[in-house]
Design a protein around this ligand. Structure first.
Ligand code: HEM
Length: 415
């Protein structure tokens, strides 16, 4: 079905459109007039179901698709929406080894193992170290600002750092290796952006280097266990533990899923605070615990993922055929007025806040949610203490990406 109110040929998944802004008015139009909308856009990847996909924009429908893996597979065509990309079938097959792109029962087995590293207790145990790191990062940004008449780039000085350091802390890699992880994860996630000139070969090479780094780490921990999750997950290969290559692919997922997402939540959060000064004042005064969830709703770092129908079914009154791809737009769901009062308002006291920024509640629901919320709280607490008078010094530079709502640069001034 075509949306009657959108211009002919309009395509809201066009990376150029996402580059400038997430198209909220267009999503609003779709939610009202064509909530399950056929978007005729090919992927260009051989072997993919390739003539287009259903765009799902309502909160209730995004949740339904996410919680019915028996009807909507993450494996068939993987979870990341692609179009007109020069990625090969071979690369897609490699990506199917990552848990995000698995279906039950394979997914259930891997998830049961890796979630041992993400229990509330495991995350709480990182809090003290991460609080010190957050403070150290913000203090370093202040020194940088002092050298440059108060000006610095918020993304590179602050937003990039804590998620990287947190993952390094979590998997026990030496902190000095974290720049390697940064570089590899950027190469794997930023392939849509011409500024980085990432080719499939560069992305694949980065992924392989990271897998090999992680496998070496696993081998070292097996030999000489430490008190980190690597040691727990690979203690003995076989039943109940990960194989070395499975661990390698898990670290790839952590490097992309845990880094790029949290970095962008922090950058968007700062931008939202600085463009909504009343909310920044409120934050500095009261530090409400509800702020982190609102930042994630507002930013929605993952714009959309996709599933593939396993059988003929129905969704929002549309007949979906087995093999059809279905794009679930978290960005749209998070602004659905059926669920959120005044969704266009950035309100850090919003409660309840049933946003889908971490996924629609199904088996793939974000494994790192508690860690992400902790990081967001710690970094904004440190910023409010050390850099309370930040101001914007220009518009954000947006990442060109089909699925990440990313900010590459955000100039700010302190004082
Ligand atoms: C999955 C968002 C931070 C690890 C996901 C999904 C989303 C998401 C949308 C897919 C959910 C689904 O398909 O139902 C985010 C956002 C974050 C964040 C917005 C930050 C604000 C993190 C962190 C980590 C992490 C810090 C770990 C260090 C994962 C993993 C998965 C995942 C491992 C795959 C889970 C599975 O397939 O079972 N995340 N994430 N994420 N996330 Fe996050």
């Amino acid at each position: 079905m075509r949306c009657p109110h959108l211009p002919d040929g309009f395509d809201f998944t066009d990376p150029d459109l996402l580059q400038s802004r997430v198209p909220h008015p267009e999503f609003a139009e779709l939610r009202q007039t064509a909530p399950v909308w056929w978007c005729a856009q090919p992927t260009g990847i051989s072997g993919f179901q390739d003539d287009g996909y259903w765009a799902v924009t309502r909160h209730a429908d995004v949740k339904y698709v996410s919680t019915h893996p028996e009807l909507f597979s993450s494996h068939t065509n993987t979870a990341v929406i692609r179009f007109n990309e020069s990625i090969s079938r071979e690369q897609i097959d490699v990506q199917k080894l990552i848990m995000l792109n698995m279906d039950p029962p394979e997914h259930t087995r891997v998830r049961q193992i890796v979630q041992r590293g993400f229990t509330p207790r495991a995350i709480r145990s990182l809090e003290g170290a991460l609080r010190d790191r957050a403070r150290g990062i913000v203090d370093a940004a202040l020194s940088e600002a002092d050298k440059n008449d108060g000006a610095f780039d918020f993304v590179t000085q602050i937003a990039v750092e804590l998620p990287l350091q947190a993952i390094a802390e979590l998997i026990g890699v030496p902190q000095e290796d974290r720049t390697k992880i940064f570089d590899w994860s950027n190469k794997m996630a930023a392939y849509d952006d011409p500024e980085y000139a990432i080719t499939e070969e560069i992305g694949a090479e980065a992924a392989m280097e990271l897998v090999s780094y992680a496998m070496n780490l696993a081998a070292a921990r097996k030999e000489c266990p430490a008190k980190d999750i690597v040691s727990q997950l690979v203690a003995a290969e076989g039943e109940g533990n990960l194989l070395s290559d499975e661990f390698g692919f898990f670290v790839i997922l952590l490097a992309v899923a845990g880094n790029e997402t949290t970095r962008n939540a922090i950058s968007h959060g700062m931008h939202a605070f600085l463009t909504h000064p009343d909310q920044w004042e409120l934050y500095k005064r009261e530090r409400p615990v509800t702020a982190a969830e609102e930042i994630v709703r507002w930013a929605t770092p993952v714009v959309a993922f996709q599933r593939t129908a396993t059988q003929d079914t129905e969704l929002g009154g549309q007949k979906i055929k087995a093999g059809d791809r279905v794009g679930i737009f978290y960005s749209s769901a998070n602004n659905d007025p059926e669920v959120f009062e005044e969704p266009d308002r950035f309100d850090i006291t919003r409660d309840p806040n049933p946003h889908l920024g971490f996924g629609g509640g199904g088996p793939h629901f974000c494994l790192g949610k508690s860690l992400a919320v902790l990081e967001i709280n710690l970094i904004f607490n440190a910023i409010a203490d050390v850099l309370p008078d930040l101001r914007l010094a220009g518009d954000p530079r947006r990442l060109r990406s089909a699925w990440l709502n990313g900010i590459k640069g955000l100039r700010v001034i302190h004082g």
